[in-house]
Design a protein around this ligand. Structure first.
Ligand SMILES: [Zn+2]
Length: 97
């Protein structure tokens, strides 16, 4: 009898991978922090990961992330020019989560 019905597999679905803008490591999206450029040209951390706009990703595990986040890397990844205020906020939030 060949009526084999596939029960919903518990296999892990491949989750999306993104590249960290600091160390260039490709990681599971869940292991990265998303930084988003909003429609009004602000740059901020996207806590939900669902905000509209161009995103850049950095490792959540900062101790394994080699390198430093620079303004240039954010500007480059988001094709923008981050304002002084946003850059400061971003650093504050990343240093003191
Ligand atoms: Zn990294």
């Amino acid at each position: 009898m060949s009526g084999q019905k596939r029960t919903s597999t518990l296999k892990k679905r491949k989750s999306p991978q993104r590249t960290c803008v600091i160390c260039r490591k490709v990681q599971d999206k869940r292991d990265l922090i998303r930084i988003v450029r909003t429609s009004d040209a602000r740059v901020q951390i996207d806590i939900t990961g669902k905000q509209n706009g161009r995103g850049a990703y950095i490792c959540r595990q900062r101790d394994t992330c080699q390198g430093q986040l620079t303004r240039e890397s954010i500007n480059h990844a988001l094709r923008t020019s981050i304002s002084d205020d946003d850059w400061k906020d971003l650093q504050d939030q990343l240093m003191n989560p």
